[in-house]
Design a protein around this ligand. Structure first.
Ligand code: NAD
Ligand code: TYD
Length: 367
C-alpha cells in the first residue's frame, strides 16, 4: 500500500466550502491522503465531489464529529497528522429557530476533534512535532460593525474587524462558533496542541446550499418566486469567492504560524439590497429575460432577529505574512456563480426536495 507524505482529515468536506477545499488539496497534493469526514446532514452532498471520488489519494468516511469514539477510531486508522476542521451547522436563521444542533456540532463536535487529536498525537514518540490542527471559523464571532456612511460607496464605515477585535457574537450560530474558537485556543494554551485559526467573511460560489442569500435568490429568480429581503436591506456583508477562501486555507495550513489567527475577507462590501439587484440583473440576462424583468420579485419582509448590521474584514495580516489576496473581481464571481446554478438545475432540485421543502415552507410561508 502507498505510504502518503501526509494524512489530512478534512471535516465537513461534503459541504459548500469543504468540497472546494477537498478538491484543491486532492489535486494539488497527490502525495497527501485526504480523508473527508462528513455526517452528510441536509447541507452535505457527495455530488459536490463526484470529480474527485475516484482519486487514489481521496477517501470518504461518514461520521458525526460529536461521536468521540468514531473520531478517535478514524484518526488512528488513517494515522492522521493534520486536521482541517470545517464541519459545522452554518445557517444563522436555523440557529435562531433551534440552537441545540449548533452547540452539539459546533461546540461539542470541535471539542471531540481537539481531544481526539491531542490523545492520538501525544501518544506518539514525536508528540506534536509535524502536526497541525486548523480550525475554520467566521467573522461573525466579532459581532457587528456600524454603518456610518449609509448612502455612500463601500466601505460603509471606518471600522474593520481585525484579529484583535474582541469577540461579541450575537446569533446562536456565531455564539457556538465563538465557543469553538475559544476551545481551539484553550487546547493550544493548555496542552500545546499546534493549532491555527482563521475567521472568514461571507463566501459565495458553486455548491452553496440554497438557504443562504445568494443561491436562494438565484433559485427564486429562476423560479419566479419572491425574493425575501430582511428589513430595509441596508445591512452590509463582505463577500469572498469560495475558491479564494480555499486558497487561503491551503496557505494558512502550510505556512501560517502556530497559535495565530488570520482574518480572511474580500475587501468587498455590499449592501444586501444592491447585491440583490445585481443578482436580478445578472440572472435575468443569463436567462435571456428583459432587463429588470424580475425586479418586482423583491419583497421586503420582517427583519431577522438580532440582524447584524455590517461585517467588514481587515485581511492585511494574511496578505502581509503569506502573500494571499482575493483573485476574482466580484462581478465576475457573481456571473460565474449565477451561470453555475442555472446550468446545474438537477443539483438544485435534488438538494431542495424533501426536508428542505418543509423548512422553506415554514420559513417563508410556502411562497
Ligand atoms: P455547509 O453548511 O455548506 O457544510 C457543512 C458541512 O458539515 C456539511 O457537509 C455537513 O454535512 C457537515 N456536518 C454538519 N454537522 C456535522 C457533524 N456533526 N459531523 C460531521 N459533519 C457534519 O457549511 P459551509 O458554508 O461550507 O461552512 C464550512 C465552515 O466554514 C463552517 O465551519 C463555517 O462556520 C465556516 N465559514 C463559512 C462561511 C460561509 O460564508 N459559508 C464563512 C466563514 C466561515
Ligand atoms: P446569509 O447568506 O444567511 O449569511 P449571514 O447571515 O451568515 O451573513 O445572509 C446574508 C445577508 O442576507 C444577511 O444580512 C441576511 C440577508 N438575508 C435576507 O435578506 N433574506 C434572506 O432570505 C436570507 C437567507 C438572508
Amino acid at each position: 500500500m502507498k505510504t502518503f507524505e501526509r494524512n489530512i482529515l478534512v471535516t465537513g468536506g461534503a459541504g459548500f466550502i469543504g468540497s472546494h477545499v477537498v478538491r484543491l488539496l486532492v489535486r494539488k497534493y497527490p502525495d497527501y491522503r485526504i480523508v473527508n469526514l462528513d455526517k452528510l446532514t441536509y447541507a452535505g452532498n457527495l455530488a459536490n465531489l463526484q470529480d474527485v471520488e475516484g482519486a487514489p489519494n481521496y477517501c470518504f468516511e461518514r461520521a458525526d464529529i460529536a461521536d468521540f469514539d468514531a473520531v478517535c477510531a478514524l484518526m488512528r486508522r488513517y494515522a492522521i497528522d493534520g486536521v482541517i476542521h470545517l464541519a459545522a451547522e452554518t445557517h444563522v436563521d436555523r440557529s435562531i429557530r433551534d440552537p441545540f444542533p449548533f452547540v452539539r456540532t459546533n461546540v461539542v463536535g470541535t471539542l471531540s476533534l481537539l481531544e481526539a487529536a491531542r490523545l492520538q498525537w501525544e501518544a506518539q514518540p514525536e508528540g506534536f512535532a509535524g502536526k497541525r490542527f486548523y480550525h475554520v471559523s467566521t467573522d461573525e464571532v466579532y459581532g457587528a460593525l456600524e454603518v456610518t456612511r449609509p448612502d455612500g460607496e463601500a466601505p460603509y464605515g471606518d471600522a474593520l474587524f481585525t484579529e484583535r477585535t474582541p469577540y461579541a457574537p450575537h446569533s446562536p450560530y456565531a455564539a457556538a462558533k465563538a465557543s469553538s474558537d475559544h476551545f481551539v485556543r484553550a487546547y493550544h494554551d493548555t496542552y500545546g496542541l499546534p493549532t491555527v485559526l482563521t475567521n472568514c467573511s461571507n463566501n459565495y460560489g458553486p455548491c452553496q446550499f440554497p438557504e443562504k442569500l445568494i443561491p436562494l435568490f438565484i433559485n427564486n429568480i429562476r423560479n419566479g418566486r419572491p425574493l425575501p429581503v430582511y428589513g430595509s436591506g441596508t445591512q452590509v456583508r463582505d463577500w469572498l469567492y469560495v475558491l479564494d477562501h480555499a486558497r487561503a486555507i491551503d496557505a494558512v495550513f502550510h505556512r501560517g504560524r502556530t497559535a495565530e489567527t488570520y482574518n480572511i475577507g474580500g475587501c468587498n462590501e455590499w449592501r444586501n439590497i444592491d447585491l440583490v439587484r445585481l443578482l436580478v440583473r445578472t440572472t435575468d440576462r443569463l436567462l435571456g429575460r428583459a432587463e429588470g424583468a424580475s425586479e418586482g420579485l423583491i419583497t421586503h419582509v420582517a427583519d431577522r432577529k438580532g440582524h447584524d448590521v455590517r461585517y467588514a474584514i481587515d485581511a492585511s495580516k494574511l496578505r502581509d505574512e503569506l502573500g494571499w489576496e482575493p483573485s476574482l473581481q466580484f462581478e465576475e464571481g457573481i456571473e460565474r456563480t449565477v451561470a453555475w446554478y442555472l446550468e446545474n438545475g438537477p443539483w438544485l432540485e435534488r438538494v431542495t426536495s424533501g426536508a428542505y421543502r418543509r423548512y422553506y415552507e415554514e420559513m417563508y410561508g410556502g411562497r
